[in-house]
Design a protein around this ligand. Structure first.
Ligand SMILES: [Cu+2]
Length: 270
């Protein structure tokens, strides 16, 4: 028993040390890196989990009790009772109350996530079969983000999660993400930030996050979108404001959005 508990808590502690990406034998969520995700994790761990465990234990107890107490050998003449008003009222009302207890905080979190505070930075994510395209509309930056093939991985890059061009955002700023798709349905999802929105062709969905810590965060397309659905990961690099400005200078040249003016191609901002 001690050993099992040790392994069980070991996994949790290990997870605490490893942030931002899925881990081997992971139980539960990835570590939260934003307020929104912290709300979700607290809601799950402190309310849903105890309720689920209590219900499971209670049902298991009822089953065992019924199996033993009403077994055929001890009850040669079974009871003929078919109704019991009190029990029926209780087993309708109690589940309703449990649902209300879960629904109130759940809606609170949903509405909190739905209200986008004033954004410091807006990025646009466009789902394609099978990669993500990104735009920084206010900076005239546009680039595509492809998964790094296994043979090309650097030592610090996780398999199936690393991309060639990462999204770079400053730490502690409200990032608004506009999400759309260009062919079929995709979904832009980043577990550490508690963010997941469908990318729908012809429509723009929006969400937001505020990263609390610098680091690299990984997500994946979360809507079955075709044969290479599993190979269009999302990588967001959260950096300090100075590093972000530095990246911006480079990116404005490297990823400059081309605009057509008077029939001629020109680099934006020039
Ligand atoms: Cu997809």
């Amino acid at each position: 028993m001690k050993k099992i508990l040790f392994i069980f808590f070991g996994i949790f502690i290990f997870q605490a040390a490893m942030a931002n990406q899925p881990t081997q034998w992971q139980l539960g969520f990835q570590n939260p890196a934003s307020d929104g995700m912290r709300d979700i994790v607290n809601f799950h761990n402190n309310l849903l989990l105890p309720i689920i465990i209590a219900i499971s234990v209670f049902v298991l107890f009822l089953m065992l009790y019924a199996c033993v107490r009403f077994r055929a050998s001890a009850n040669p003449n079974p009871s003929k009772r078919t109704h019991n008003v009190t029990v029926e009222v209780l087993w309708t009302l109690i589940p309703c109350l449990i649902l209300i207890v879960m629904a109130v905080p759940s809606f609170k979190i949903l509405y909190k996530q739905d209200t986008i505070p004033k954004a410091d930075l807006t990025i646009k994510a466009i789902g394609y079969q099978w990669y993500w395209g990104y735009e920084y509309p206010d900076e005239n930056i546009i680039f595509d983000s492809y998964m790094v093939e296994e043979k090309d991985l650097r030592a610090d890059q996780p398999r199936l999660l690393a991309v060639d061009n990462e999204v770079v955002v400053p730490v502690g700023k409200v990032i608004k993400v506009l999400i759309t798709a260009n062919d079929v349905l995709h979904a832009w999802a980043l577990p550490s930030f508690g963010v997941k929105r469908d990318a729908v062709p012809g429509r723009i969905n929006e969400t937001w996050f505020k990263a609390e810590k610098e680091g690299t965060y990984y997500g994946q397309c979360s809507e079955l979108c075709g044969i290479k659905h599993a190979f269009m990961p999302i990588t967001v690099k959260v950096v300090s404001e100075e590093n972000y400005q530095e990246w911006l200078l480079e990116a404005k040249v490297k990823f400059a959005k081309e605009e057509i003016e008077n029939g001629k191609l020109k680099l934006a901002g020039k």
